[in-house]
Write a protein that binds this ligand. Structure first.
Ligand code: GLU
Length: 428
């Protein structure tokens, strides 16, 4: 399949168009799945702590709900756009389908920079966001969750406002809630752990032992931190991690060739995954330019930050030693770079498979919230492993059988499931 590079939404559409060709989807189904079912774009006026009012832009895009209520996170980011949210919503549809959970795809966002907002201001944004979409979300319609720069606390504010509007306790209407307030044990770890479950399976297929491998990670937010935690627990060594520096407005890579110490780094990291570079130097880390994370002589690359990070401009810097790329972020690899990675014979685990652990655990959280009965952490993580592993095996079997890349194989399975649900409902 050939994908053309564009902005995120055009990239998502072009990926879909290629798979629609392979599946010989009819025109109606293509037309339906190329675009979101519904999208909301709105203003969120907030009184700042200094008494002034500022108006933030908010979005919620519901791509498809044929397989179940829409599901997906909310991002807070200064460069958020409606097109990015559209792409992310579409990728959520494929993500829920590939791991076979009964949910559709959605995404939300607010154009804001949490670094420059107090927690009280962020609380008002959360409440303002949900007031705008309260009639169009809920347990049976669309269930938000955390994503870039949003946390369990943000989810609880959104839930509290939503429940006040509805006049009922509805814990199943949002996931990623704090444990003890309807949240699930293991949800915080789930995305990062899921990435590592898929890395473990890839290495198994390649006949490589985890303890013989090294990795370089882009980003040091929730996904990266927990991926590093589990990868090191099962014997791998992370030699390099990159992180955004809010003072200098650029990212840096932190290298320790005999292995970074996660606990040590966490002590000098802010809530948005920013590592204090002065303290890191004191701890003996080599400070490199942020884009150096991709050029490390490692076996595994884990982009776990934002979209559009591995491009035709920097893909050439990937070392010949690299055997696996696991996409912890959504949309980190542009189509042009993707083709080059494939040509190099690197085993790439595509985003909507590799990072599906978060939404799988969100689904478990919803089930627990609806039953009002909560499982143990081992139970949650054990079920997560089973779901991730079986999805991985199904994709890799198809990839081998039909001589497809892992991304193409994952797309074939996911889009086929969603198209079938649309047909079965009589929509197309
Ligand atoms: N934001 C996460 C993702 O991109 C999780 C979504 C969810 O749990 O609904 O997959």
């Amino acid at each position: 399949m050939t994908y053309k590079p564009f902005n995120s939404f055009e990239m998502a559409q072009s990926q879909f168009d290629s798979v629609a060709e392979v599946l010989s989807l009819d025109e109606g189904t293509r037309e339906l799945l190329r675009y979101p079912l519904r999208e909301y774009s709105f203003a969120i006026p907030i009184r700042l702590d200094d008494g002034n009012v500022r108006v933030f832009r908010g979005f919620r895009v519901q791509h498809n709900d044929a397989r179940g209520p829409c599901k997906g996170g909310i991002r807070f980011h200064p460069l958020e756009t409606l097109d990015t949210v559209r792409a992310l919503a579409m990728w959520m549809t494929w993500k829920c389908a590939i791991v076979d959970i009964p949910l559709g795809g959605a995404k939300g966002g607010v154009v804001c920079d949490p670094h420059n907002l107090s927690m009280r201001e962020q609380e008002r944004i959360c409440r303002g966001w949900v007031r705008q979409v309260a009639q169009n979300v809920g347990p049976a319609v669309d269930i938000p969750a955390p994503d870039v720069m949003t946390s369990a606390q943000h989810m609880l504010w959104i839930l509290d406002e939503f429940e006040s509007i509805k006049g009922a306790r509805l814990p199943g209407s949002i996931t990623g809630k704090p444990v003890g307030m309807g949240g699930s044990l293991g949800r915080t770890e789930a995305t990062g752990f899921g990435v590592v479950f898929s890395v473990r399976e890839a290495l198994k297929e390649l006949g490589i032992r985890v303890k013989d491998t090294t990795a370089s990670v882009q980003g040091f937010g929730n996904v990266a931190q927990h991926a590093i935690q589990l990868y090191q627990q099962i014997g791998g060594t992370v030699t390099c991690v990159s992180s955004w520096d809010q003072d200098d407005k650029i990212s840096y890579a932190f290298r320790k060739t005999n292995g970074i110490n996660l606990e040590e780094l966490l002590k000098i990291t802010n809530r948005y995954g920013g590592i204090d570079k002065t303290k890191a130097r004191d701890f003996g880390y080599e400070l490199l330019a942020g884009d150096q994370w991709i050029e490390q002589d490692v076996d595994i690359l884990i982009p776990a930050a934002l979209e559009h990070q591995i491009t035709e401009d920097n893909v050439g810097g990937i070392s010949d030693k690299v055997k696996v790329v696991a996409e912890g972020a959504n949309g980190p690899t542009t189509p042009g770079a993707d083709a080059i990675i494939q040509k190099k014979g690197i085993f790439l685990i595509p985003d909507f498979l590799a990072n599906a652990g978060g939404v799988i655990c969100s689904y478990f959280e919803q089930v627990q919230s609806n039953m009002n009965y909560y499982w143990t952490k081992d139970d949650v993580l054990g079920r997560l492993d089973v779901k991730m592993t079986s999805a991985f095996v199904a994709v890799s079997e198809l990839a081998r059988k039909r001589n497809l890349s892992m991304r193409d194989a994952a797309y074939v399975i996911a889009v086929d499931r969603v198209a079938k649900a649309c047909r079965d409902r009589g929509w197309v």
